[in-house]
Design a protein around this ligand. Structure first.
Ligand code: NAG
Ligand code: NAG
Ligand code: NAG
Ligand code: NAG
Ligand code: ZN
Ligand code: ZN
Length: 477
């Protein structure tokens, strides 16, 4: 079998002493490629999410017998690396971790934002099954990256019954804290057992902090937190940590599974209950000066969310990293909601925590099942959208480009499903994506739908007007 291929060059190279001629050709290469970036003192980290291992996956000619996570949908032509109707087989997960090792073997750290178990009814899982799946994936990552710090967050599928995270102590939190004990500081273990969240100095360095949240407490499917103002005291804790961080001049990354705001593939579909969404937004507006990035999963798609201050200045961005599972969502109203497996590297400035760039790598599942496992670079943010970095103001520029008349929206749309759905995004699709990215707030999202809905009618006239102009022009010839 051929080894995992990576068709683009690694992000970082080691640079042993070399001959002057070799150095010259390296410099020439640098002119032609982007290794100027790696010469600057940038750091890099992996973000992986939504693995959703389905241990029942098997390659068989019987489309009804491939995997439990497909539900009643048939899965014809299933291959070694998976099927778009199914959650991840072990071979896909193993391949993803191998790709991580090949592309960037020594990341500064890894963000792993949860959802490890398959989309099957609760009756087919149970506490032991959920813990054993999380345990296997923990072990896989630890063996592949034994010396790398992993910041692991809980997904709504990392519990039994799913999404029912309790707002206080639980044996499942305790057992997960145990599984992750080599990654958690003692104080992190303590708060994790109380509510599934923790904070630590980033890589134990003074002045840098990571906040790993359990936003499953805010999920509207979570019945245990429905009537609680501040489940597990997480908001108050976050407010305190960020207030202290400001006093100590710390810079903070926020990490979690379910993001605030709306799903871009389905109109009017938020995840948080409205009072939780409002509180989260207020906390980001209050503390944005110390927040240098927010990293989430759950969507399985590739998108981002903008936060603005009261004057409309961009102040923060949630980066939504695509999932490893290709599983086509069964959410009613979403058409063809599958994706190719994706993994992502963020480049950042270790002295300021400014997010400089991101590169998404993916496995074309159709191709890899037919030929061989091929992980390729999908895109680099700064190249695809011509922005200097991934700061809030650059991400705002990207959003404005998507909302404009150029071809950036279509490019973004194809990346959104990790190059799975290549159909045209216009009209309603455009409004859904633009408003989900622009407005995390419920009311402002509604207003955006109205406003952009009108804008779309307007934009739709442009090709028509152009065709009239052209025909007039042609007639004149
Ligand atoms: C991953 O696959 C390789 C072969 O491709 C195999 O040697 C290795 O044992 C697998 N690892 C796990 C954890 O399954
Ligand atoms: C998962 O972990 C269990 C217990 O450590 C082990 O017996 C099993 O072989 C693992 N499965 C895989 C696919 O690695
Ligand atoms: C973190 O740094 C402090 C002081 O610099 C040190 O005492 C402690 O052992 C470090 N912790 C880890 C886990 O490295
Ligand atoms: C994925 O691979 C299939 C099969 O080779 C090909 O038809 C398709 O165009 C590829 N998708 C992308 C985005 O390259
Ligand atoms: Zn998920
Ligand atoms: Zn999820």
């Amino acid at each position: 079998m051929r080894a995992t291929g990576v068709s683009s060059s690694p992000v970082r190279h080691s640079s042993p002493a070399m001959e002057p001629s070799a150095l010259r050709s390296l410099l020439l290469l640098c002119l032609l490629s982007d290794c100027g970036r790696s010469l600057a003192a940038l750091g890099s980290f992996w973000h992986v999410t939504d693995i959703h291992w389905d241990p029942t996956y098997q390659v068989t000619n019987n489309p009804g017998r491939v995997c439990e996570s497909t539900g009643t949908r048939p899965a014809p032509n299933a291959g070694k690396f998976g099927h778009y109707n199914c959650d991840s087989p072990w071979d896909l997960i193993n391949s993803s971790v191998k790709a991580m090792k090949n592309i960037l073997p020594e990341p500064d750290f890894i963000l792993w934002t949860g959802d490890d178990t398959p989309h099957v009814p609760n009756e087919q899982l149970g506490e032991e099954a959920v813990l054993s799946i999380i345990g296997n994936l923990t072990q896989l990552l630890r063996l592949a990256f034994p010396k790398t710090k992993v910041y692991a967050a809980l997904g709504n599928h990392d519990y039994h019954p799913k999404s029912q995270m309790p707002p206080g102590q639980s044996t499942m939190y305790e057992r997960m804290a145990h599984l992750w004990q080599t990654w958690l500081e003692p104080e992190s273990r303590r708060t994790f057992m109380q509510g599934g969240y923790y904070t630590e100095l980033l890589l134990n360095k003074t002045g840098y902090r990571v906040l790993v949240l359990n936003t499953n407490l805010y999920y509207d499917q979570n019945k245990l937190t429905e009537n609680i103002a501040d489940p597990a005291g997480q908001f108050e804790w976050m407010d305190n940590i960020l207030t202290t961080a400001a006093k100590k001049n710390e810079k903070v990354y926020i990490v979690g599974h379910i993001p605030p705001g709306f799903f871009e593939k389905k109109r009017n579909k938020p995840w948080f209950r409205s009072h939780f969404n409002r509180r989260y937004l207020e906390l980001v507006q209050k503390h944005h000066a110390v927040i240098y990035g927010q990293f989430f999963g759950h969507h399985h798609t590739d998108s981002f969310r903008m936060f603005y201050d009261s004057k409309g200045k961009p102040i923060s961005t949630v980066f939504i990293t695509p999932g490893i599972t290709p599983w086509k969502t069964t959410l009613p109203g979403v058409e063809n909601g599958a994706n190719n497996p994706g993994i992502r590297i963020f480049d950042y400035d270790p002295s300021t925590l400014l997010v400089k760039d991101m590169v998404t790598y993916y496995l074309n599942l159709t191709y890899s099942n037919m030929a061989w496992e091929r992980w390729e670079k999908e895109y680099r943010l700064s190249e695809a959208f011509l922005v200097p970095d991934a700061s809030p103001s650059s991400m705002h520029t990207v959003l404005e480009q998507l909302a404009g008349t150029g071809c950036d929206l279509q490019k973004y749309y194809e990346f959104n499903s990790v190059s799975y759905d290549l159909f045209k995004c216009d009209g309603k699709c455009r409004v859904d994506h633009i408003c989900a990215i622009r407005e995390v707030d419920f009311e402002r999202y509604e207003q955006c739908l109205v406003k952009e809905g009108a804008a779309t009618t307007h934009l739709a006239l442009i090709p028509f007007l152009i065709s009239i102009a052209l025909s007039v022009h042609q007639a004149a010839l």
